[in-house]
Design a protein around this ligand. Structure first.
Ligand code: 7TS
Length: 420
């Protein structure tokens, strides 16, 4: 098949996906930046928010702002009801067994720190080992390094290959009876690689190790079934799922969360406090000390409703088509090198342009109204592996269009001209 037919076929796959209709739901997308229509391709950093999410947050502050769990007055009851119904939405979204397994935190980062400190610090020693990977975001590296400094637990890394995929046979070699935790990203933020988490989880369980999956990059692209996966912990951030910043989720199996001590102390996480001792609250409240991000939780609930309405299946078909289209188009650009060419990939395109620093690429694209991210993407070990300081990263969401990818290509060509 020639290239033209190929591209036509890609576009046909998503004919039924009414992207222009969905774009109307996102007020921010309809503006000009530097005199050009905004092309937002920084979705791996954070996604934009539909009007329904913005409205849900506004409604909370306009109509029933109140603290939760404590008041008998109507506003507090309404706020509590909205907060807890969002927890139920999250539980159903990832198919957890119970709302007791859904802990609201600040984001993926806080969720991983919580597990490292509450689960790890109390139970691990220098006899034990933790396995992570070279592909991780710093949020899934540094908490384990801190834990290693605190407890002496040994940290091991699954290596990657030149396509940015985990080398599975090496993982097999790293696993042993001392392995207590395996912590792996579901999807790499720097390269888009989709990791074989089912295998990783099953193999870890053969050695009795617990598995944490960092789903920060996954929940906006693919459906997640924690029961089917059988992971022990799954974490994600609301802001990467069309929800607000400052809110995220820790899923943990009930029996594990039950055994873990609180991460922070304060109001709401207690049943009874005397001057001598404290009786902790039931799950999940044991891990939610202090007034939580109530509007954030309500906004996240609205974001999940929104995603469910479109359907992650439909989202993923459109995004894959965008990625294929972008791959084809960018492969025609001389001097452009893809960083991360895994067979299983989500809609992230990381690249370098010969002789041009990624920050210059980012600046020139911004002049054209195009928002991409440049840098190490908080994944410095990945950059170390590829022996580069940074990449330019375009990350697509379901509201992006083929026309926007054309604008990206044009801007990259312009960038090359400026530096030639
Ligand atoms: N894990 C992965 C895989 C991520 O991509 C990120 C954020 C985090 C954890 C941390 O999430 P947070 O919401 O707690 O900050 N990734 C990015 C990124 O790629 N560009 O900006 C943030």
């Amino acid at each position: 098949m020639n290239k033209k037919n190929n591209i036509a076929e890609i576009q046909n796959q998503t004919e039924d996906f009414d992207v222009e209709k969905f774009r109307k739901d996102f007020p921010i997308l309809h503006q000009e930046i530097n005199g050009k229509p905004l092309v937002y391709l920084d979705n791996a950093a954070t996604t934009q928010k539909p009007k329904s999410v913005i409205d849900a947050i506004e409604k909370y502050y306009q109509k029933y702002n109140s603290n939760i769990h404590r008041g008998v007055h109507t506003l507090s009851e309404n706020a509590t009801e909205a907060y807890e119904s969002a927890r139920l939405k999250v539980k159903n979204f990832i198919n957890a067994n119970s709302t007791k397994e859904i802990v609201f935190v600040r984001g993926a980062t806080e969720a991983i720190n919580l597990v490292a400190q509450s689960f790890g610090r109390n139970s691990l020693s220098k006899e034990d080992e933790i396995i992570i990977t070279e592909l991780e975001h710093h949020a899934n590296i540094v908490p384990w390094q801190l834990l290693s400094q605190q407890t002496g637990v040994k940290l091991k890394y699954i290596p990657i290959n030149k396509d940015g995929e985990l080398v599975e046979p090496e993982y097999k070699k790293l696993l042993n009876e001392k392995t207590r935790i395996v912590a792996v990203g579901h999807i790499s933020n720097a390269l888009g690689t989709i990791n074989p988490i089912e295998n990783i989880i099953n193999m870890a369980h053969e050695y009795g190790a617990k598995v944490l999956i960092d789903g920060a990059q996954a929940t906006s692209h693919t459906s997640v079934d924690v029961k089917k996966l059988d992971c022990d912990f799954y974490v994600f951030s609301g802001h990467k799922l069309f929800g607000p910043t400052g809110i995220g989720v820790l899923y943990g199996k009930e029996n594990l969360l039950e055994e873990m001590p609180p991460y922070q102390g304060g109001g709401d996480m207690i049943k009874m406090v005397t001057m001598k001792e404290t009786q902790y609250n039931d799950l999940p409240y044991k891990f939610e000390a202090g007034t939580p991000n109530i509007s954030g939780v309500i906004g996240l609930g609205a974001a999940i409703d929104y995603v469910n309405k479109i359907g992650l299946e439909n989202i993923s078909v459109h995004e894959n088509a965008l990625l294929n289209y972008a791959n084809q188009k960018t492969s025609e650009i001389t001097g452009l090198k893809f960083i991360g060419t895994a067979k299983q990939k989500t809609s992230i395109l990381s690249f370098t342009l010969e002789g041009i620093h990624p920050h210059d690429v980012g600046t020139i694209l911004n002049n054209e109204g195009i928002a991409i991210r440049t840098g190490h993407h908080c994944a410095m070990p990945v950059m170390e592996y590829f022996k580069i300081p940074a990449t330019s990263r375009a990350s697509f969401s379901f509201y992006n269009t083929y026309k926007e990818i054309d604008a990206l290509i044009e801007a990259i060509e312009k960038c090359k001209k400026v530096f030639s």
